[in-house]
Design a protein around this ligand. Structure first.
Ligand SMILES: *Cc1c(COP(=O)(O)O)cnc(C)c1O
Length: 386
């Protein structure tokens, strides 16, 4: 199961190349160019079981190895595939001891926030919510904490953290740090290089990229931590199916092209929407006036492909009804939750009762896909004017 360059090694291949080249079978005459889909619940095994042999498919599964190798190469660490992004979040929350303290963004992926509240209630964990873009507030909240979960850009508010500063402070204070890198992808930023202990992905989104699988992953350079997280996966059974894993790797092969087009489309739509008479506010770090613009320019490669848009108010229509009417009026954009697929999607985030109440009621989250930008624009324009 070997490939190309050592993951993360200096002088290794560029990310766009690794997405294509990593996780291939060995080059043998007549050999496969793609990994197969091995379907096994168990493996031939006798004698004392050692951790590095395949013995039972909940503990380790060779169906995961090609994807794990490719994502590990992209993020520059060792990767652990999970059944979903939420399973990966559950695994990192398990690092917080009973009675410990978890620092987390006030705006972040909402189901993760719901789980944090459960962990808090059941295990006496103190939750410290921060504005992840407010570096001083984050650094102050780290005192005596056990874990920092950072997201940047945040879902759905698109705030940008000063990753080198907050991750460096966490390290200096002995606080473990996790960065949810779902929005930026390893092409946009590589948080392990900024000092994160763990990178988290909803593989469901950009990495798989076709809205057809639910998977998650963690990546770390810390061998002991990797073992702890792998054991969590094994004992909680939070494992991926072989075919879903194969689809995710198939999707990953085109990540660079998809993400490049989606980012370009998003920046163009952000620019046009910011001048649209039926739009009150656009959030996207590509916009020079956006609070995260300078930071994203300094530390990211691109600005991501998620936009936050608030329609301009209309007399006699409530802001929720106005935003819902835009979602109802689109014909090409898909009204659906999720993001990172080839197809453009939008939703009003507060339709989820669990979304943070500081997210505006009428905020639409747009996941910009890879379609022709003029078609995307024409559809949004007619829906906003309706
Ligand atoms: C979707 C998402 C998750 C959760 O991942 P699932 O694969 O849906 O379980 C976590 N973080 C972010 C930023 C997400 O967008």
């Amino acid at each position: 199961m070997s490939t190309t360059a050592e993951p993360g090694a200096p002088g290794a291949l560029a990310p766009a190349t690794l997405a294509v080249a990593a996780g291939r079978p060995a080059r043998e005459q007549g050999g496969h160019v793609n990994p197969s889909v091995p379907m096994n619940s168990t493996y031939v095994s006798r004698g004392v079981v050692t951790p590095d042999e395949l013995s039972y498919a909940r503990g380790d599964n060779d169906a995961w190895h090609p994807f794990e190798e490719a994502l590990g190469a992209l993020e520059g660490g060792s990767s652990i595939l999970f059944s979903s992004g939420m399973a990966a979040i559950a695994a990192v929350f398990s690092l917080v001891p009973d009675g410990g303290t978890l620092v987390l963004p006030r705006h972040a992926y909402q189901a993760g926030m719901v789980l944090a509240r459960q962990v808090s209630e059941r295990h006496g964990v103190t939750l410290r919510y921060v504005d992840i873009a407010d570096t001083d507030a984050v650094v102050a909240a780290l005192d005596g904490a056990d874990l920092l979960l950072a997201e940047s850009p945040t879902n759905p508010m698109l705030e940008v953290a000063d990753l080198p500063a907050v991750l460096g402070a966490a390290r200096a204070k002995g606080v473990r740090s996790v960065v949810d890198n779902t929005f930026a992808t390893p092409l946009g930023q590589r948080p392990l290089e900024h000092g994160a202990d763990v990178v988290l992905h909803s593989v469901t989104k950009y990495l798989a990229g076709h809205s057809d699988v639910v998977l998650g992953a963690l990546v770390t350079r810390d061998a002991a931590l990797a073992t702890t997280l792998r054991d969590h996966r094994t004992l909680h059974g939070a494992i991926a199916g072989p075919f879903e894993t194969w689809l995710a790797l198939r999707g990953l092969r085109t990540l660079a092209l998809r993400f490049e087009r989606a980012q370009a489309n998003a920046a163009e739509l952000a620019r046009r929407l910011a001048e649209h008479p039926e739009v009150a506010e656009v959030r996207h770090p590509s916009l020079p006036g956006d609070p995260g613009h300078e930071r994203a320019t300094a530390q990211m490669n691109g600005y991501g492909a998620i936009l936050g848009v608030r329609p301009a108010p209309r007399a006699g229509t409530g802001e929720v009804a106005r935003a819902d009417a835009v979602v109802d009026a689109v014909r090409l954009w898909l009204p659906a939750t999720s993001l990172g697929g080839v197809e453009s999607m939008l939703e009003r985030r507060r339709r989820w009762g669990t979304e943070a109440t500081t997210v505006p009621e009428d905020l639409l989250r747009l996941s910009v896909g890879i379609e022709d930008v003029e078609d995307l624009w024409a559809d949004l324009d007619q829906a906003l004017r309706r």
